[in-house]
Unconditional design. Structure first.
Length: 522
């Protein structure tokens, strides 16, 4: 297996290190490029080592090390670099002549090694770098999670979910925790051939690979599969499409293949108030029936575990049951205070910023706060809607989170009011309407009622009465009060509000103005 070759390489490299130290002339010669040493040994406590490169032409280190980065739209991308993350080289490219290359690594808890490729004039010079003694550690998921990045681990666990069947992205769990496998090599060490391994949810798999941390997700990257133990139980089919039950509740039956002794089912503790086991039957096609209670809240889900035993060993399979829920309409403040989960929320607010129109990444604000919406529909959907900053929009979505910051995920457009930006003079020419919104800007000329924000805006010689300046969409009762004081708005400041046109006793006015922005007088 690939592991054998890795161990052999380490032994060979160590031999080269210790024999090379006694050789006064260990330079390696190629026609186009020469290095004073083809290996670099750095202490496990960290440090730097220098070798001399002599090149007859332009040279560069090849980008052969895979690195996972996050793009602006939140998706992952794979890039390639000249060195692994733990190693730096003073120069990664250069011209003909002599160059001193300084290799540096910080202190490591364990040994590690790598092989760099340097190209010059069509030739490739390999430079081996070793820090301490590289070993493969057998570890639990918890030990991988707590351990350092770049270290190679061997870990054994159950496949709980498969995210990508081409590259082999999946989740591995043991009794101590769960890690993500980002890329699985086939038996010959090739990528993009995961299906050839025949790995399924429920299998017990031993893998080895280097650890990296992406955001808060601990991953082993491009792992080598050491052993596969096929699960003795699996879910063949379900009685309900997509494992999704309606709001009213009901039963869902799991049809199983089981080669062990008996069938057992587990429901997570957090789901036992709405999900129960209705029946378990044996026979040639064992079945387990789960029953969901009516749902008065938001969308919810639970991952149930099916188990069997053989010779004292437990085998499992997992499947997630989903149930539709009621949509929770709430203020943005209440949304931000909610827990991350599958509950669907309805939010209405003014678009204050379009961060990325292509993906519909926007900010919306109501009277209680502002929320980031990570995507409205699919790519391009938001642009087709023609929505812009200042428009009032209603969206459905889940409460998500990124690096500790709350956000709406999977936003779905429901409705909107287009808001037209006009001058004060133009506003005065508009017809009265209760559902046509305008955005106007002027200087605060007079405050008639500070509590409710009744004031006059002025632009040039034109004055416009604003009947109420409220903190945002949805404000009622006491939430409408004291917006001017709370936002430190005073006579002379420039103020932008959104509202409809109405007329009272022959005087045109902005009715129920929604605060949008203001600038303090200089």
């Amino acid at each position: 297996m690939k592991m054998k070759y890795s161990i052999l390489s380490v032994i060979t490299l160590l031999s080269a290190v210790f024999t090379g130290c006694s050789d006064d002339n260990d330079a390696v010669y190629l026609n186009e490029v020469q290095v004073s040493s083809s290996y670099v040994a750095i202490p496990v406590g960290g440090g730097s080592e220098t070798i001399t490169l002599r090149a007859s032409d332009n040279w560069e280190f090849d980008k052969v090390f895979q690195k996972i980065v996050q793009k602006e739209d939140g998706t992952k991308d794979t890039i390639y670099t000249e060195t692994p993350d733990w190693l730096t080289v003073s120069q990664v490219s250069g011209g003909a002549g002599e160059t001193e290359l300084v290799f540096h690594a910080e202190a490591a808890l364990d040994g590690r090694s790598t092989e760099l490729q340097l190209s010059c004039g069509g030739q490739t010079q390999l430079i081996n770098v070793i820090q301490g003694l590289a070993t493969v550690s057998e570890a639990t998921c918890a030990e991988v999670i707590a351990g350092p990045d770049s270290k190679t681990y061997m870990v054994k666990g159950t496949v709980t979910a498969i995210a990508n069947t081409v590259y082999g992205n999946w989740y591995l769990a043991d009794e101590t925790g769960q890690i993500y496998i980002y890329g699985t090599l086939d038996k010959s060490g090739a990528e993009k051939n995961f299906a050839s391994l025949g790995i399924e949810v429920g299998d017990i798999v031993t893998v080895q690979g280097p650890k990296t941390t992406y955001g808060t997700t601990v991953e082993l990257v491009n792992v080598t599969v050491v052993k596969i133990e096929k699960s003795l139980i699996k879910v063949d089919s379900l009685s309900v499409d997509d494992a999704t039950l309606p709001v009213e509740g009901g039963d869902i039956k799991f049809y199983l293949t089981c080669k062990g002794d008996g069938v057992y089912a587990d429901i997570p503790e957090a789901a036992k108030d709405w999900l129960s086991i209705a029946s378990v039957t044996g026979g040639s096609v064992p079945t387990v029936t789960f029953r969901a209670a009516p749902n008065t809240g938001g969308d919810r889900s639970a991952t149930v575990t099916l188990k069997t035993m053989q010779k004292g060993k437990e085998y499992t399979a997992e499947t997630t049951i989903y149930q539709k829920g009621a949509i929770v309409a709430c203020s943005i403040a209440d949304f931000l205070a909610a827990a991350v989960g599958d509950t669907q929320y309805r939010l209405t607010g003014v678009i204050t910023n379009v961060a990325k129109a292509e993906y519909g990444n926007i900010y919306i604000r109501d009277y209680s706060g502002e929320a980031y919406v990570y995507g409205v529909g699919a790519k391009g959907d938001f642009e087709k809607l023609g929505l812009k900053e200042g428009d009032i929009v209603t969206l459905l979505g889940k409460r998500g989170e990124y690096k500790g910051a709350a956000q709406m995920t999977g936003g779905v457009y429901e409705s909107s009011f287009s808001v037209t930006e006009v001058t004060l003079d133009e506003f005065l020419t508009k017809a009265d309407a209760t559902d046509v919104y305008y955005k106007v800007t002027g200087t605060v000329d007079e405050v008639a009622n500070a509590t409710y924000g009744n004031l006059y805006l002025k632009s040039g010689d034109t004055r416009l009465y604003v009947y109420g300046c409220y903190p945002g969409w949805g404000a009622t009762g006491d939430f409408r009060k004291n917006c001017l004081a709370d936002k430190d708005i005073a006579v002379g400041d420039e103020l932008t509000v959104i509202g409809v046109k109405s007329t009272y006793n022959g005087t045109p006015q902005v009715n129920g103005g929604l605060y949008f922005s203001h600038k303090k007088a200089e």
